[in-house]
Design a protein around this ligand. Sequence first.
Ligand SMILES: *[C@@H]1O[C@H](CO)[C@@H](O)[C@H](O)[C@H]1NC(C)=O
Ligand SMILES: *[C@@H]1O[C@H](CO)[C@@H](O)[C@H](O)[C@H]1NC(C)=O
Ligand SMILES: *[C@@H]1O[C@H](CO)[C@@H](O)[C@H](O)[C@H]1NC(C)=O
Ligand SMILES: *[C@@H]1O[C@H](CO)[C@@H](O)[C@H](O)[C@H]1NC(C)=O
Length: 409
Amino acid sequence: MVSLLCLVALLFPLSATSSAGFDVQPFRVDLGHEVAHMKALVQNTRLPDKPLYPEASIEFGMELDVLRDLQTKWLNDYDWAKQEATLNELPQFTVTIEGQSVHFVHAKSEEPDAIPMLLLHGWSGSFQEFLPVVKPLTQSWTSPNGTRISFDVIVPSLPGFIFSSPPPQNWTNADTARIFNKLMVNVLGYSTYSLHGTDWGSSVGYILYSTFNTTVRAAHFNLLPFIAPDPQSLNITLTDIEKVTVQRSLDFRATGLAYNMEQAFKPNTIGLALYDNPIGQLSWIGSNILLCKVRPPALGPRPRCSPTRPSLTMVSLYTLTHTFQSSVWIYEQNPNGFSADYVKPATDAPMGYSLFEYELQFTPRDYVEKVAGKLVSYKEHDFGGHFAGLDNPPALVEDLRELGLYFGS
Ligand SMILES: *[C@@H]1O[C@H](CO)[C@@H](O)[C@H](O)[C@H]1NC(C)=O
Ligand SMILES: *[C@@H]1O[C@H](CO)[C@@H](O)[C@H](O)[C@H]1NC(C)=O
Ligand SMILES: *[C@@H]1O[C@H](CO)[C@@H](O)[C@H](O)[C@H]1NC(C)=O
Ligand SMILES: *[C@@H]1O[C@H](CO)[C@@H](O)[C@H](O)[C@H]1NC(C)=O
């Protein structure tokens, strides 16, 4: 055991973590022993021979043909070992903070002045959704005015998700923010850092941004934890990209929130129903995130997100770690996680916002300005949505690098 740890330390000298009083352990994804069980469940799940109502499209939830194709792909054309090897290219660790075991990626740049960047995922994502952006962010980039930017990238798993232990029942995103700040400052030794958040990660990230105003010195979001005004009530001229996002927001508010209510009010019902049910998880998660490529209602035929959605790895991580139930509790634990009221945060740290066309919510620039300490950029991209790290990694990398120019200012 000792020699294995020494070997790991030799292989990843740049990832050695300073840890006054914290027991940081190297971590590798090792779920091979769960795969036979998952595959048997996938194989033995019976689906109907034909759709009940052939005219009922994705607007009525998961489509049979899509689910069956994914079931076939999961069985015949999906190699977990290969996915696991890819995940293990990222240096990973665990550490116990306030009794919670926290799993995190810590990929360091080779540049001595790299900016620490905390990437925060949500539901139904995981640390895996940032896989395509981690390496590029660690690499050096030179801005048009000659400033060199690179990042040390830290991607923690939210408590209760995948490899982080489930928190106590009364845990909230403010608790997660506090322990993640300890991870950055006390465990890893960064006195200041930047962050990016999406979904629940934007709630955690915004708490960090507005509360830890001396340590969080730049923040980027592609969703904010506020319920912006009804887009139809706004008297503004919309760009073509914004028109799509507005329609998407209206559809989501009208018919897309059922999963959210179930998870907020009856987390154990859906949590146990799908606990050991990969095809069930795929239908539940996939129906939420497939909309962008399968006949988006009223938005025309062009796909708005990655053709590989939903990623079977995204779902496999929940299935293989048996954390679907503990992940959905975040909705119950944070009933006001997305608020209609905004407050100007007590920070002067720069904020960047990127609107990816197929996002769940349209937040106009004027509104983002109100909830930012200092808004330094508002950008729009015509491809991608809620999972920007998977959908449109080059755009996310570009926007985070540009934010890096303002770090510490
Ligand atoms: C939350 O629950 C833990 C035990 O699960 C308990 O120790 C703690 O006091 C509780 N905190 C609050 C604020 O109720
Ligand atoms: C909407 O904006 C236009 C142009 O700025 C203005 O002429 C019009 O009065 C506004 N309408 C309302 C209802 O505010
Ligand atoms: C940071 O927060 C503290 C406490 O809320 C506040 O007193 C201080 O003014 C804030 N700093 C900035 C720059 O807003
Ligand atoms: C480059 O631009 C950034 C952001 O505007 C600024 O902070 C920095 O000082 C500039 N660097 C140079 C060398 O002009």
